[in-house]
Design a protein around this ligand. Structure first.
Ligand code: MEV
Length: 438
């Protein structure tokens, strides 16, 4: 067993690589070479990446791709996606093309409110706490004026501070539940700075409030942190068309629309399916969130909580047929930024935002929601018609061939061969062996 390491973060990069490869890999030389091969040849770029996090040894690549032809509110976008899963970008592009021929995507921002909370314990009389809170509210707001000044100039800032009583759930537990408008910034740092100042002011004012007993004056701040649950930072994206415009091959538009509505109904009724249904949506959402340097963990956490907002986990998308019109839409909470964070640092993120025509955070919310809706449409379309494996395995073919060590020439031959043959692990292996034995 390896011994724990002391002061690892203080070692140089070379020393860290030495230590990890010697202690945790079978072949330190190969591992070291691999880590070094993934460095960026440009020193400045590598340094930038090294400094994003601690203990950086190398870079971890994901493909960066484009799904073109997204017509959103009449404007054409090519959407950058960072994702490893074979069929996602192809599916998004296919859905984009399909809907650009049918009027495109329409989107609407339903809210942009962010949330943060100061969690505290107060063991006294609630009425007194309420009176205290009302009295100090202007002082709480004033105490963050240096933090909010710039944001306010641009039209954002703190929207509201409310006192919330959770003492029936946890003895003495209350919150300052605060809402914010952070414009084009995701706002985590801004919100957390405001919250920590609110907490300080709250504690300070309580300690000298004449209406409190000595014990009440000693309220305890447990923590101050933004919430990634943002049900009022919400965007809607929608497509619609006459059901006859959905006619395709040997399946009528009417039957196809009914199948799609039924698939969505199943995801609404049943959590096992809902989770996979929403996972497909997240294939699109996460890929754009990641490409644009946003926090996909925050987005994931907030979206899944939203999917369960009615007491059970359900579909994020909805579908209906009314008067021969098929409608398919999504409503998702998305706290995104197009300034701050990685957006002005990571060269690929800057490029992704440039490709998206330098969107505002509101525009990015709409683009991301569209990517999620498109992905869900593409997945359901395959699932209720051909089945998912046909397209998925086709896209996975190159991964399989790479794994089997096929040469470029063999890959080319087999991609052609599998245009009209079924892709399975066995069939690919067999076909490769066949051409290799010739
Ligand atoms: C695979 O990444 C995503 C799907 O499973 C989504 C779905 O089932 O709706 C195809």
């Amino acid at each position: 067993m390896n011994a724990p390491v002391e002061g690892f973060s203080k070692l140089t990069k070379a020393e860290k690589i030495d230590w990890i490869t010697k202690n945790y890999t079978q072949n330190p030389t190969t591992a070291k070479q691999l880590l070094e091969r993934y460095w960026n040849p440009e020193e400045a770029v590598q340094k930038l990446h090294d400094e994003f996090i601690e203990n950086t040894l190398s870079n971890y690549y994901l493909p960066f791709a484009i799904a073109p032809n997204f017509l959103i509110n009449g404007k054409l976008y090519a959407i950058p996606m960072a994702i490893e899963e074979s069929s996602v970008v192809a599916a998004a592009s296919k859905a984009a093309k399909f809907w650009s021929d049918r009027g495109g995507f329409k989107t609407k921002i339903l809210g942009t409110e962010k949330v943060g909370q100061v969690h505290f314990i107060y063991t006294g009389d609630y009425k007194k706490l309420e009176a205290f809170f009302e009295e100090i509210k202007p002082q709480l707001l004033a105490s963050v004026s240096t933090i909010t000044q710039k944001m306010e100039k641009r039209g954002g800032g703190v929207k509201e501070i409310a006192l919330r009583n959770f003492s029936e759930k946890i003895q003495g537990y209350y919150q300052l539940h605060c809402t914010f408008e952070t414009l084009d910034a995701m706002g985590a740092n801004f919100i957390n700075s405001c919250l920590e100042q609110f907490a300080k002011t709250l504690k300070e004012k309580a300690s000298s409030y004449s209406g409190f007993t000595t014990e009440e004056k000693d309220l305890e701040v447990v923590m101050s942190i933004l919430s990634n649950y943002v049900p009022n930072c919400l965007v809607k994206a929608e497509v619609s068309c006459k059901i006859s415009d959905l006619d395709e091959g040997d399946i009528s538009g009417e039957v196809f629309a009914q199948k799609l509505v039924r698939a969505v109904d199943i995801a609404k009724a049943e959590p096992y399916r809902a989770v996979t249904h929403n996972k497909g949506i997240m294939n699109g959402i996460d890929a754009v969130v990641l490409a644009t340097g946003n926090d996909f963990r925050a987005v994931e956490a907030g979206i899944h909580a939203y999917a369960a907002k009615d007491g059970h986990y359900s579909s994020l998308t909805h579908a209906s047929i009314e008067n021969d019109v098929f409608r398919f839409w999504i409503e998702v909470p998305l706290a995104l930024g197009t300034v701050g964070g990685l957006t002005s640092l990571h060269p690929m993120v800057k490029l992704a935002l440039e490709i998206l025509q330098e969107p505002t955070a509101r525009e990015l919310m709409q683009i991301v929601a569209v990517a999620g809706l498109a992905q869900n449409f593409a997945a359901l379309r395959s699932l209720v018609t051909t089945g998912i494996q046909k397209g998925h395995m086709k896209m996975h073919l190159l991964n399989m061939l790479n794994q089997l060590g096929a040469s470029e020439h063999e890959k080319k031959q087999l991609v052609t061969y599998f245009k009209d043959h079924t892709v399975t692990n066995a069939s690919v292996k067999e076909a490769l062996e066949r051409i290799q034995s010739k």
